[in-house]
Design a protein around this ligand. Structure first.
Ligand SMILES: C[S@@+](CC[C@H](N)C(=O)[O-])C[C@H]1O[C@@H](n2cnc3c(N)ncnc32)[C@H](O)[C@@H]1O
Length: 381
């Protein structure tokens, strides 16, 4: 069971709820995200918008409230569609009612292209998913926008350790709900350090340390550009780190400009490790080397989870190599990384010790990068 969908269906879950008890705050969060991505409300109003993999649709409510001309949600998980149906049964604000398509992206072939296509927090870096990303890009009309998410392996580091450590903490427990509850006990205090978090802790546990598809999510922004960069130009990102000091008259908005973004990405990669660290620029060659080592860590954690290896020696060795390559990071970040290592290396580590860890407890990566791109050339073929 290695895909999100297989896992969600096996347990009849859709662990992506958002706190929408205060709808105007939820809309303010979503509006701020899309503004950062260069997409003002007018990018959605009266447009044809497609969202693939909306989960329970909490985030879709904001787009629906902007009254697109059409809004299509492609969601194959029946549990998620049940949540969508409940949310839209009486949302209490003017909106465009979405058309729900109960299909996998693999089986979805719309007759016309869309002004905006959104796919958040799903596609990973397997060859099948890279092909699906290319398919998704094919749905965007010329001059239209694509919003996708990416996850840098360096940004995943703190949670990769939470996964390996979590697997050990619940190793003797087979009951699914009990496993979730134990890890909420271990990681709830960590999550509570992020005051702006809007997802229930139980959902986070189900979708991160307990999700068997987690190690497949490391689709990086560079993977996205390698797949779509010939036809798409970067519009913006969240976090936003790329600057642009060239004279606008010297620019041609074309995919060639993505080189500028790639440079900025490589100078900033290490800033993904710790969401609290102040950003600075680092030698891109060092960052690219660290990112490659972090990819090895992803694979080591995946092998641990699948039971290919039964202890954490390989994970620790891969983790040590990444940390050694990041020795010039802030002391606070390094303290957290080292505390995580001590907890993982000791087989007697308890849930309480993990819950009470402070340097590691506050360490989360800037693990999810939102990415907007515009179609500058027609789809090949
Ligand atoms: C982690 S959730 C993300 C949900 C939502 N976009 C969010 O950001 O909260 C991943 C979503 O991808 C959907 N999904 C998985 N496989 C899919 C497929 N083959 N085609 C379309 N959606 C899929 C799942 O059902 C789930 O709703």
């Amino acid at each position: 069971m290695h895909t999100h969908l297989e896992y969600y269906r096996a347990h009849a879950i859709s662990p992506v709820h958002q706190d929408i008890s205060n709808l105007s705050r939820h809309f303010a969060r979503r509006g701020a995200l899309y503004r950062l991505l260069g997409l003002l409300p007018s990018a959605f109003e009266d447009r044809n918008v497609l969202e693939v993999a909306p989960g329970g649709g909490h985030n879709s409510l904001y787009v629906a409230s902007l009254k697109p001309h059409t809004y299509t949600l492609v969601e194959p998980n029946e549990t998620a569609r049940g949540v969508i149906a409940r949310l839209y049964s009486d949302p209490g604000f003017a909106h465009t009612k979405p058309e729900i398509v109960p299909l996998m992206l693999q089986a979805y072939d719309p007759a016309t292209a869309f002004d905006v296509v959104i796919c958040e927090s799903w596609l990973g870096n397997s060859s099948e998913e890279i092909a699906l990303l290319a398919k998704l890009g094919g749905f965007v009309r010329l001059g239209g926008a694509l919003v996708v998410t990416a996850q840098s392996p360096l940004g995943l580091m703190p949670n990769l350790i939470r996964k390996s450590l979590g697997l050990r903490l619940v190793a003797g427990e087979t009951d699914f709900d009990r496993r979730r509850d134990l890890l909420v006990e271990a990681y709830g205090p960590h999550l509570a350090t992020m005051k702006a978090m809007s997802r229930p802790h139980g959902d986070w546990v189900l979708d991160n340390p307990l999700n068997p598809a987690y190690c497949g999510i490391a689709l990086s922004m560079m993977d996205v550009l390698d797949t779509l960069g010939a036809e798409f130009a970067v519009l913006s990102s969240a976090p936003r780190f790329a600057d642009e000091w060239r004279w606008y008259k010297s620019l041609e908005v074309s995919p060639d400009d993505n080189a500028q973004f790639r440079d900025a990405y490589n100078r900033n990669l290490h800033n993904f490790v710790d969401h609290l660290a102040a950003p600075w620029e680092r030698d891109p060659a060092l960052n690219v080397a660290s990112e490659a080592l972090a990819r090895t860590l992803v694979e080591a954690v995946r092998r641990h989870e699948r039971g290919d290896v039964h202890d954490v020696a390989e994970v620790l060795a891969a983790y040590d190599a990444v940390i050694a390559s990041l020795a010039d990071l802030d002391q606070g970040t390094l303290d957290g990384l080292h505390e995580a290592r001590r907890l993982l290396a000791d087989p007697k580590t308890t849930i309480q010790q993990v819950a009470e860890s402070s340097d590691y407890g506050r360490l989360f990566g800037r693990e999810l990068q939102y990415f907007s791109l515009t179609r500058e050339r027609p789809a090949a073929g």
